[in-house]
Design a protein around this ligand. Sequence first.
Ligand code: GLN
Length: 427
Amino acid sequence: MSFLDEPVGDMAGKVKNGEMRSTDLVEQSLQAIAQVNPKINAYVSVLDEYARRRAATIDTLPAREKARMPLCGIPVAVKDNICTKDLPTTCSSKMLQDFRPPYNATVIEALERAGAVMVGKTNLDEFAMGSSTENSALGPTHNPCKHGYIAGGSSGGSAAAVAADTVPLAVGSDTGGSIRQPSSHCGVVGMKPTYGRVSRYGLVAFASSLDQIGPLARDVRDAGLLLDILSVPDERDSTNAGRAFHHDPTRYSESLEGLTIGKPVEYFAEGLADEVRSSVEKTAEELKQTGAKIVDISLPNMHHAIAAYYIICTAEASSNLARYDGVKYGFRSKNARTLKEMYERTREEGFGAEVKRRVMLGTYVLSSGYYDAYYLKAAKVRTLIKRDFEEAFTRCDAILSPVTPTPAFKIGEKCDDPLQMYLTDIY
Ligand code: GLN
């Protein structure tokens, strides 16, 4: 029997009442990984031993303890930029190839309390910088629906892990699309929670004012359940809003009567592939039939979004990644004779091309005399974009939008043209 057929809540219920064993679910997951991972490269480490031990422990817990675990015995996959105590956390970078954090991220503690069993860490673009999981030092992830095509990025490993039925749930991170975009390319459900909803404590920082952890699942109900577990209030992240999301399984079947959905006119202009356009239009039609009202809205500053995003995220990345200097932890070059050379060669040898590009861009936009012209300006533009959304939400309850301008493309197709790749983040 495959765990695929059942909602996660039902499966956890069966483990709680003894109808199913976590050990069997985990064995099934590990088998599926062994079968598909050599083809798709969704996992950068498979935690066989750890997962088997943990499943066995869960199976022997007293019933009253299991009763408190909403994910009792359920296998999950976690993006490899989220810290897992004594277990590899590589960020798919040579810089952290041997790094084992001495602590768990808040979301990992939350998953443990909920009874989940982590079976593996998933592939990503190095330090979550990219839109295709091709910038991984450990090789690209292939789309499980079509070999040779990208899974999307940067949480491509997490999306592919769910799409290939190796786990029912995965955790990713989204700075500028990194959960939503691979979810869309792989045909699974993924969401970026509102900034502040999920603690970033233990998430390896890329662009701190945008980074957010979120769920990937096979359907909205399971994604809601996972978000509930991930969104614990946390004082260790000063930007945490302390507002949990409460999953109510009865609400997912409510009619959409009375709901107004906005369609931004700017999103359906030039540059959108016909097949994406028609699939979003079809969804709009279906939403109408279930009772929603569709209205046109406008986001007039949206054409500045990519420029503002790539200034803000590179600036913050250049600052966050300054810590990888070969001194305290991570990779250290063996080819240096002086301290200065050690810094330089460590960063030269430890980072891949895209990370270096962003560190250089970010250093430039933050350099003396340019701060006002770039970072500060981009921050102001971000406020204008935010106001567009606030205005839009006075007219509608939700916004319907494409996720990417084109369907998944071939691996290698856009690698030589970083600007082309950046433009795919437009939505
Ligand atoms: N494509 C975006 C980028 O390359 C996504 C990054 C992210 O959300 N982690 O910056």
